[in-house]
Design a protein around this ligand. Structure first.
Ligand SMILES: [Zn+2]
Ligand SMILES: [Zn+2]
Length: 364
């Protein structure tokens, strides 16, 4: 059974509104603060009678993109009783028949229960204008890329992340080099000084996030970091309706190596940053040791849009909290030709019309 959260006043579906940070009723329009609605609807009760799904996360993460065979599962909408089909990892979606938000409780219990989450702060309107800013109003992209139909496909997804803490001792030896040049009457004297440099210190890093979804590109996620953890709240289904969510399919121990590698990169940077008094420095021996000392499961908000152009898929993502934007955009072959023949002005006007249709005429 898929759950929905109902308005305490009229029992219609409610949605979390990222712009106002309020839970809003789709029927009577009443707005509730998350605290108010939690008072009315005990969120512990939402998943009270839900049993964990039998399916285990795959033991071998399939990092190869598009190679994952999606297992489909059926759920019954508790608003209209229709049967809907979801991917194996989808945990919040919409009923395709009645449009109700559908939270699949089985995917939030047991080991799939997130500890924390950051609620969406960027709503669809803001995400759409960030998209247009990023692609320069679609000036060089295929016209379809900025069409209302394509932009409407942008999807707000709570992505499952494993958030690591790493502790350790930095012990890096190397060489610092300074060069002293003195001008003489006949020739310059150049003296090179070499110093042994050792940097040792205890370090502890918190909040290193890695996504637990094998089909999502790691580089794309890295590019929209960081998140501001000050706004992290305890997980609650109250923030889900109106967005999509997934459960992880990559276990935390599969990501430990990436966390330790990241720590090693930070350590190298510390060595370089603390040896700036030399003209040059290099590492000869790195005996640093690190271990993960903490790991928790959280849902973080991301807006996604993918687009297929000439057989290639282009991915775009926005940090749903900070608005940080990343992705690769398709370049229109037609527009490139037009630019060289000097008729680009007409195309620019056409693009502008499409964009202002979507943004309601406010795009300058
Ligand atoms: Zn209502
Ligand atoms: Zn339904």
């Amino acid at each position: 059974m898929a759950d929905t959260i109902k308005c305490p006043r009229c029992a219609a579906n409610v949605y979390f509104d990222a712009a106002s940070q309020m839970v809003t009723c789709g029927f009577c329009g009443k707005e509730f603060t998350p605290a108010e609605i939690l008072h009315e609807v005990d969120d512990d009760k939402i998943f009270e009678n839900v049993e964990q799904e039998e399916t285990e996360a795959p033991s071998e993460p399939k990092f190869k993109r598009n190679a994952v065979e999606w297992e489909k599962k059926q759920f019954v909408c508790n608003s209209c009783g229709a049967t809907m089909v979801t991917d194996a990892n989808t945990s919040t979606t919409y009923c395709v028949f009645c449009g109700s938000p559908a939270i699949i409780g089985e995917r939030f219990v047991g080991k799939f229960e997130p500890e924390f989450m950051i609620p969406f702060k960027i709503d669809r309107t803001k995400a759409t204008s960030l998209f247009f800013k990023w692609c320069n109003g679609g000036l060089m992209t295929p016209l379809n890329f900025v069409s209302p139909k394509n932009v409407a496909r942008m999807k707000g997804l709570y992505v499952p992340f494993w958030i690591f803490g790493v502790k350790g001792d930095i012990d890096i030896r190397g060489t610092g080099k300074t060069v002293d040049t003195r001008s003489g009457a006949y020739e310059d004297t150049r003296t090179v000084y070499l110093y042994d440099v050792t940097r040792r210190m205890s370090v502890s890093w918190k909040g290193m996030p890695f996504d637990g979804v094998s089909r999502i590109d790691n580089d794309l996620m890295d590019a929209i970091l960081p998140y501001n953890y000050d706004e992290m709240v305890e997980f609650s289904p109250i923030y889900l309706p109106g967005f999509f969510s997934e459960k992880y399919d990559v276990e935390s121990d599969k990501l430990e190596k990436r966390a330790l590698n990241q720590a090693r990169k930070y350590a190298t940077q510390i060595f370089l940053d603390t040896t700036k008094e030399y003209d040059e420095s290099s590492i000869s021996n790195d005996l640093s040791e690190f271990k993960t000392d903490d790991c928790f499961y959280a849902l973080l908000p991301v807006w996604f849009l993918s687009y297929k152009y000439l057989g290639k898929t282009y991915e775009f993502a926005i940090n749903g909290q900070t608005g940080e934007v990343a992705g690769e955009m398709p370049q229109s072959v037609v527009k490139k030709v037009l630019i060289s023949s000097g008729v680009m002005a007409a195309v620019a006007i056409a693009v502008k019309i499409v964009v202002s249709l979507i943004l309601g005429g406010f795009f300058g």
